[in-house]
Design a protein around this ligand. Structure first.
Ligand SMILES: Nc1ncnc2c1ncn2[C@@H]1O[C@H](COP(=O)(O)OS(=O)(=O)O)[C@@H](OP(=O)(O)O)[C@H]1O
Length: 406
């Protein structure tokens, strides 16, 4: 027997059936529209989030020649550098989701991941807040995609410790065609037995045309590293950030001192015999700075044209200039220019107006740019004397006078 209608009348059997189908159809349509709307909102939100840093803050004026323009985040950025910027943004979002814990950190070494979320001493916009990849959202459109693949690095910043390697990597990551692993992998010195598959798995995903990079400053002084990197790929591009070896040694010492305040003075560690003035070259802080000696090992496996030497001093005084050379060396468009930097007076160093994956200003963390202890002037003079012949040899080998012997 057919059920009674609302008024108690007996309806025709066709009427309730079509009404219920219609109602179901309406319900399905509504949920479809709602899902589409939610999906659209998420996608919109994803696009308005801080994306890859290719931009200027404060007006986002475009500068430079076509193809070399300084780009501002948002629509203008996408208009000028659409594919790469969008690709990178999507990959970054995927990466945030997949982010792995930092590599093991030995005493005195930087924590790259801390670095990335470290606070700022106040940016040009006065935000005073640090950029942090941890602020990135999870679960957006990009997460539904599985784009890109992990590649072994085509370029590596191999040194030198305390040269300014973190600054260079952080600045380079602003480029839409550079993707880099944040922490130092230490594959070619400590984890070589884990194999290339393990190493590749540490890398971020890249799309065609993007360069994969990493930095591990200890490679430069690791005897096995040149042969191992060459065995991975003899075309790997190598970047070395070098700094006055005396200042570098003091910086190295300052780092150790910050971890172990009870170590002997710099002066006492420098000499084997203070009276004779004999330098202790077995102390790593001194040894690392004999650049010419370390470079000889690399030149047995790589032609000099495959190596770029970045001045650590100029990276501070003219970051855009050094970044120009690096972009040329890597075959990248000169996207990173002086428009990307500002000098942060509190930090005392150049900082990024926008870091990768953020729309906020970004200075390196507090482990970069430490105040050095006062060192006896006579010890500094003796060290300068010690390094001079090695420096001159290094200038000859690289064809570049770094000006440390003024
Ligand atoms: N923009 C900017 N901000 C802060 N610091 C900068 C910058 N550019 C270069 N530097 C110098 O980088 C030095 C640290 O070098 P590294 O990053 O190679 O150190 S490490 O080997 O990875 O520990 C660090 O050395 P110290 O000043 O002795 O701390 C800095 O002088």
């Amino acid at each position: 027997m057919a059920p009674l209608g609302p008024a108690g009348a007996l309806p025709t059997s066709a009427e309730p059936l079509s009404r219920s189908i219609f109602r179901k159809f309406l319900l399905m349509l509504c949920s479809l529209l709602t899902s589409l709307y939610v999906f659209y909102c998420l996608a919109e939100r994803c696009q308005t989030l801080s994306g890859p840093v290719v931009g200027l803050s404060g007006g986002g004026e475009e500068a430079g020649a076509p193809g070399r323009g300084v780009l501002a985040g948002g629509p203008r950025e996408l208009a000028v550098w659409p594919a790469a910027a969008q690709r990178k943004r999507l990959l970054q979002l995927q990466q945030w989701r997949r982010r792995r814990p930092p590599a093991r950190r030995d005493n005195g070494e930087e924590a790259a991941w801390e670095e990335e979320s470290a606070g700022l001493a106040g940016g040009p916009g006065g935000s005073g807040a640090g950029s942090s990849v941890a602020e990135a959202p999870q679960g957006t459109l990009a997460l539904l995609l599985d784009e890109g693949s992990k590649q072994l690095p085509q370029a590596i910043i191999i040194g030198v410790k305390k040269g300014g390697t973190r600054a260079l990597l952080e600045f380079l990551r602003v480029h839409p065609d550079v993707r880099a692993v944040g922490a130092e992998p230490h594959f070619f010195d400590r984890s070589y037995d884990k194999g290339l598959a393990w190493y590749r798995d540490l890398m971020p995903r890249t799309l065609d045309g993007q360069i994969t990079m990493e930095k591990t400053p200890s490679y430069f002084v690791t005897r096995e590293a040149p042969a191992r990197i060459s065995a991975m790929c003899k075309d790997t591009k190598l970047i070395v950030v070098v700094r006055d070896p005396v200042t570098r040694a003091i910086s190295d010492y300052t780092q150790t001192l910050s971890k172990r305040p009870d170590i002997p003075t710099f002066e006492s560690l420098t000499f084997k015999n203070r009276t004779t003035g004999l330098i202790d070259t077995s102390w790593s802080a001194i040894q690392i700075g004999i650049y010419a000696k370390h470079l000889e090992h690399w030149l047995r496996h790589f032609p000099i044209r495959q190596m770029l030497f970045v001045s650590g001093e100029r990276l501070i005084s003219d970051p855009a200039g050094e970044l120009g050379r690096v972009q040329d060396f890597l075959g990248l468009k000169r996207i990173i220019t002086d428009k990307h930097f500002y000098f942060n007076k509190t930090k005392g160093f150049p900082c990024l107006k926008k870091a990768e994956g953020s729309s906020r200003p970004h200075c390196l963390g507090k482990t970069k740019g430490r105040t050095h202890p006062e060192i006896d002037r006579e010890v500094v003079r003796r060290l300068r004397e010690f390094y001079r012949p090695f420096n001159l040899k290094f200038y000859q080998m690289t064809g570049h006078d770094f000006g440390w012997d003024g």
